[in-house]
Design a protein around this ligand. Sequence first.
Ligand code: AMO
Length: 424
Amino acid sequence: MRSSAITPEMDGAQVTVAGWVHEIRDLGGLIFIVLRDREGFVQITLPKKVVDKDVFKRAKKILRESVIKVEGIVKKEEKAPNGFEIIPKSLDILNESQAPLPLEVTEKVPADLDTRLDNRFMDLRRPKISSIFKIKSQVTKSIRDFLHNQGFIEVQTPKIVATATEGGTELFPISYFEKEAFLNQSPQLYKQILMSAGFEKVYEIGPIFRAEEHNTTRHLNEATSVDIEMSFTDHEGVMQILENLIARVYEDVVTKCEKELEILEIKLEIPDTPFQRITYTEAIELLGNQIPWGEDLDLQALKSLATKIEGIYFITDWPTKIKPFYVMAHEDERISKSFDLMHNYIELASGAQREHRYERLAENIKAKGLSVESFDFYLKAFRYGIPPHAGWGLGLERLIMAMLGLSNIREAMLFPRDRTRVSP
Ligand code: AMO
């Protein structure tokens, strides 16, 4: 049974627990083993005079991080963690660990991130680290629940593709028989094609691949994107879905991940909706008009902006020329129906109403210097009836990083991929 299912009130009951040997204290005639499983810790107490001779002998030789199974009697013990201990009747070593360990699982010796990632299987045994992924699991479940309740259909689109969507420089080419192919940067084109297919509301939670040249604390080369696309709506419609989704995710984490938040020593506040909205032009003004209108906001600008606006907010109405070809422009064509969702200075998501008019879309592709022919498979879907539509892409690891105050996005990925790391 799980350690968390045992309580001091079960005094006298026989239980079986299995897990890793987190710590051993050998006091000669008395051995304490702290057993760790997915849910927590249990103290196994072996007084020489009480336990079976063979069991005691085996316990003496156990190496830390070995996997053991213990059958024994629960004993109420105020001094033990959780108020009980287990006095074993039997103790089996299911798998013995080697020594020395490549990494400390107890929080006693800090290790640098590279050493931790090199030994990620071991790093993930630490409750502080596994808590991040338990919360990430709850977050994806909440997203799915929320979107299903709103009538969205979950879809899977190809990750091997023939074209770029988010600009040609960040593509990973792959060897694909006789053809040129790439790893997909975003489900963008496919989720839009599904609007022509009549699906109306789709979402996907899947990998995106970006050949980011620079190692930053906010970029991965393989990240998880939550994408939605929705017909018969505009940018404002999908912004409302996004803010309600974020609030729901925070609420679920607060109510369903109490234990993990406690382990991480985080007090999470559920953000109020609607989120604050400022336009790109207002942001430039807030920054003292030092950035020429039309230029992107770099990290320094966003950091400076975050000193003026706290928490989660939207920056809307970006200059059309710095947004991708599929974004729809306002009547004043210099400004687009686009938005980024920010958490302080970290961009969590970006989205827009899309250009669904075939002629204009083709023009936009040309204007960006891209080849219309290579987008033919996509453009075709705009020639035979496609509703107005909008959508966004939300970086799952960015959300986890921001929500939990992690200093590096790699902490939010089990096996991160960056400029220098493709293994483990
Ligand atoms: P964008 O390129 O802004 O938009 O990506 C959407 C979100 O994905 C996350 N993200 C990343 N996270 C970690 N590492 C990366 N290298 C990385 N790149 C992106 C960010 C970002 O906000 N097709 C559009 C979305 C849309 O309009 O629907 C797109 O891909 O959180």
